[in-house]
Design a protein around this ligand. Structure first.
Ligand code: T4K
Length: 409
């Protein structure tokens, strides 16, 4: 792909009504130095991927006609079937969001005491445990993969440990085999937070088929969204039955409650959004991959900036453009974020500063960071850039030109 030159750097954001023009040729053209911002309206990292509006409205009309809005309605049933097909997994249980899906999975697996998780993840992974009086014990990551390092996990096992939650961060699978081996050796439950990994594969098998179960998020900002939503995928019949009970107050039949449960159900309109999005999933992926390649080509010769890589032999959703800023770049990650913010480009520092540095964990375990040196280093280096179907090539070029202007000459 061709590298952008400065003459191409015009924001042509007509599709979303954001129109502005600014040429960035030198540092004086940057908003942080007093020039006007490149974008009139904020450029977000996570603009939702949307399928056909007509298809969605057709589903919505049918939902209105039926007056069946929730409680395992026809759209939810159809979505669950299609998702199970897509992931080649036996059971998909649609939920109201990924956090509740995690909480229910954790409970259905009978986890108690301590559960080992990465600190380098979205706070929901840890909170889903803490919410049910289970201690999240933070283990360090492999800085190459950004996911749990099995050797670090081993060091955190105590007699109170009952499970491990691996997070397939950015859609890149954890060291599934390494973690499974530890779980087997110590009799621990293994589940995965696959919030980022919908439509991704590991060793040719779709994510959704590993561990005791895998939990997805279908939040608006995810590769595949149902406005808000989530899902548990598993090949375990008994576990699936238990999770279904728990997500519907423990009801077994109309008037019979046989278990304590909560309300984790997905509503019909969310399921309709999912059914609509599923039809466009290949286009979402292609558009993400194109953006990824555009960024990759654009920063190829910029010292100190590097995108994380995705294995070409696996299925990836390319939903996150994750860039590491190293010491050879002339400014720190935080300074770069400030430069971009001034231009109205709201890049994010996911998942800084790490869960262990947020409450209640920061106060409960003030020394947790001692065991997490790689997490701390990585959390200071990563920046997540805007992408998705709402990004135009010209807006990508603006971001790239800013990097180009800042690089060492
Ligand atoms: N595990 C992991 C590893 C996760 O990453 C997450 C969620 C979960 C579990 C829990 O799943 P859910 O319970 O959420 O289903 C966002 C999302 O809220 C969160 O779902 C996601 N991870 C996390 C990585 O990102 P924030 O606080 O950064 O969200 P926010 O509102 O800043 O949104 C991100 C960007 O998207 C903004 O720049 C604005 C833009 N945006 C957002 C929404 C909601 C839009 O353009 N349109 C929208 O509708 O957490």
């Amino acid at each position: 792909m061709k590298k952008p030159d400065s003459s191409e750097v015009f924001v042509d954001y007509t599709d979303t009504g954001i129109v502005n023009m600014k040429q960035i040729k030198s540092k004086q053209d940057l908003a942080i130095n007093g020039a006007r911002p490149a974008f009139e309206q904020a450029l977000h990292v996570g603009r939702p991927n949307m399928g056909s509006r007509e298809t969605f409205l057709k589903y919505a009309n049918e939902i209105f006609d039926r007056r069946w809005f929730s409680n395992n309605g026809p759209c939810v049933q159809e979505l669950e079937k299609k998702l199970a097909d897509h992931l080649q997994v036996k059971h998909c249980i649609a939920m109201c969001n990924g956090t509740i899906a995690l909480e229910i999975a954790i409970r259905a697996l009978g986890l108690t005491g301590e559960v080992i998780v990465p600190s380098y993840t979205f706070i929901a992974t840890a909170h889903a445990l803490q919410w049910q009086q289970i201690t999240p014990v933070f283990a360090d990551i492999n800085p190459q993969t950004h996911t749990l390092d099995p050797e670090a996990v081993r060091k955190m096992i105590t007699p109170r440990t009952t499970g491990i939650i691996g997070v397939h961060l950015w859609g890149r699978p954890c060291d599934v085999d390494g973690l499974q081996q530890i779980a087997d050796e110590h009799g621990l439950q293994l589940l995965f937070d696959a919030a980022h990994a919908f439509s991704c594969s590991h060793q040719g098998k779709m994510i959704g088929n590993f561990g005791r179960c895998e939990v997805f998020s279908f939040h608006a900002t995810k590769f595949f969204n149902t406005f808000e939503g989530g899902m548990v995928a598993t090949n375990d019949d008994e576990l699936a039955k238990q999770i279904r009970l728990m997500q519907n107050f423990g009801f077994s039949g109309v008037d019979n409650v046989i278990y304590p449960g909560t309300n984790g159900k997905m509503n019909e309109l969310s399921a309709a959004m999912g059914l609509t999005g599923l039809q466009s999933i290949d286009q979402f992926m292609l558009s993400n991959q194109k953006n990824y390649q555009h960024y990759q080509d654009g920063i190829a010769d910029i010292d100190g900036l590097q995108l994380i890589e995705y294995k070409p032999q696996e299925k990836n959703n390319y939903q996150y453009i994750v860039m590491e800023v190293s010491d050879s770049f002339p400014m720190s990650r935080d300074q770069l974020v400030e430069v971009l913010r001034a231009e109205n480009i709201l890049a994010r520092k996911y998942f800084w500063p790490g869960c262990h540095n947020m409450e209640p964990y920061r106060s409960l375990y003030p020394h947790a960071g001692l065991m997490l040196p790689k997490t701390q280093q990585l959390a200071d280096r990563v920046i997540v850039l805007p992408t998705g179907t709402a990004m135009t090539p010209s807006s990508l070029n603006v971001v790239l030109n800013i990097f180009d202007t800042l690089k060492k000459t």
